[in-house]
Design a protein around this ligand. Structure first.
Ligand SMILES: [Ca+2]
Length: 151
């Protein structure tokens, strides 16, 4: 958590934020944000999906589970307000060789809501994230992106 805030201050300067709390348009990006009974925070450096999942786990959280369109809109607002182009989410295929079987969150709960960008999944690349337009993309798990943690 302390590391997260320290790294945030570096990014703050990049986006012209004030010393101390990293805010943009009064939206707090360096602290847990409460929303409908859950809490959310963004990663302030890019990291591969597995490291991002561990990073969230180290804070007793998990990569965000986006359960409906409202939560998707909220997470999208975090990306746009915190100047993140793209963030990993906690989505996994039920079976990576049979995508038609659908998707689950890391806790093995079936994902009933998804928001794939229409051109995605022609060839599943292994990891999933949300872009700043709110649409989900699959990407190579060796690529580093920001992330959103939730608990
Ligand atoms: Ca959630």
């Amino acid at each position: 958590m302390l590391i997260t805030i320290q790294l945030c201050k570096t990014l703050c300067q990049n986006v012209g934020g004030n010393e101390g709390r990293w805010t943009r348009d009064n939206f707090t990006c360096d602290a847990w944000i409460p929303w409908r009974g859950h809490y959310y925070i963004s990663c302030t450096t890019r990291m591969v999906w597995n490291v991002a999942a561990s990073h969230c786990g180290s804070m007793s959280a998990h990569l965000v589970y986006i359960n409906n369109a409202d939560e998707n809109s909220f997470v999208k607002s975090m990306l746009t307000n915190c100047n993140l182009n793209y963030a990993s989410i906690g989505l996994l295929p039920i079976d990576s060789t049979q995508l038609a079987l659908g998707w689950k969150w890391q806790d093995n709960i079936i994902a009933s809501y998804t928001n794939w960008e229409s051109s995605q999944l022609a060839h599943f690349e292994g990891c999933v994230g949300i872009a700043s337009d709110g649409q989900w993309h699959d990407y190579a798990c060796t690529t580093q992106y920001y992330c959103i943690c939730e608990y």
